[in-house]
Design a protein around this ligand. Structure first.
Ligand SMILES: [Zn+2]
Ligand SMILES: [Zn+2]
Length: 228
């Protein structure tokens, strides 16, 4: 079941290997933020139907990064519709050239066919989705093209696998992971304005005082990786 976070902003917290999935419903746009592995797409469609919509109406998919647990859901989605897929340039360029290795699909025994990413994101881009404005923050570390999506007016950040609740943070031992970069990215999140709610890619949301949570993730990562 999707939980309402702010008007038009929902989160589906996963109970499996899938990533959490965000849903934005604003004006003529229906947007997923990350898609899970795709294994549970019928459950996702059911959850959307409770909000009076369905997977076939999705206009846009914003990906926090291209790991299979976040990107896999575009495979069933592209069979029933033609949403525009958005991903940071660092990972979109590789996928657009046919290199699917960063998705880790092989490692996890999944199959993601070559895909065209039309929405190539860069730091500072502002996406207008209906009445919602979404700022792209490039936050490398978990992967080179990891981003967070900042809804400044709603004071919400979709933090992907960069920052998790309770001082936790993403692993950096996959290809293009970088400890010093994730520490810098967490520091940046801890210094954001308009950041009350964090909606991470895994585990529960942080509702209220997300800055404090980001600060503790930053401190923990800094100590763990011994980065000054
Ligand atoms: Zn993940
Ligand atoms: Zn990941």
């Amino acid at each position: 079941m999707f939980e309402l976070v702010a008007p038009g902003v929902y989160i589906l917290v996963s109970r499996s290997f899938d990533s959490n999935i965000g849903f934005l419903d604003s004006g003529d746009r229906k947007v997923l933020i990350d898609t899970g592995t795709g294994v549970y797409y019928t459950q996702l469609d059911d959850a959307l139907s409770k909000l009076g919509t369905s997977l076939s109406t999705i206009t846009d998919v914003l990906l926090t990064h291209s790991h299979v647990d976040h990107i896999g859901g575009i495979v069933p989605l592209l069979k029933i519709g033609s949403p525009k897929i958005h991903l940071h340039k660092e990972e979109a360029d590789r996928i657009n050239s046919g290199d699917m290795s960063l998705t880790l699909a092989d490692t996890f025994g999944a199959d993601i066919p070559p895909t065209k990413i039309e929405g190539v994101l860069q730091e500072g881009d502002v996406l207008e989705m209906g009445d919602l404005k979404i700022k792209v923050l490039h936050t490398p570390g978990h992967s080179s093209g990891s981003v967070c999506f900042h809804l400044e007016e709603e004071s919400i950040v979709f933090t992907g696998d960069t920052m998790f609740a309770e001082g936790s943070f993403g692993r950096v031992d996959f290809p293009t992971g970088d400890p010093a970069k994730i520490v810098a990215s967490l520091k940046r999140l801890s210094e954001l304005k308009n950041f009350t709610t964090a909606l991470p890619g895994h585990m529960g949301p942080v509702r209220g005082n997300a800055i404090r949570s980001a600060t503790s993730s930053y401190q923990m990562a800094k100590n763990w990786f011994n980065v000054s």
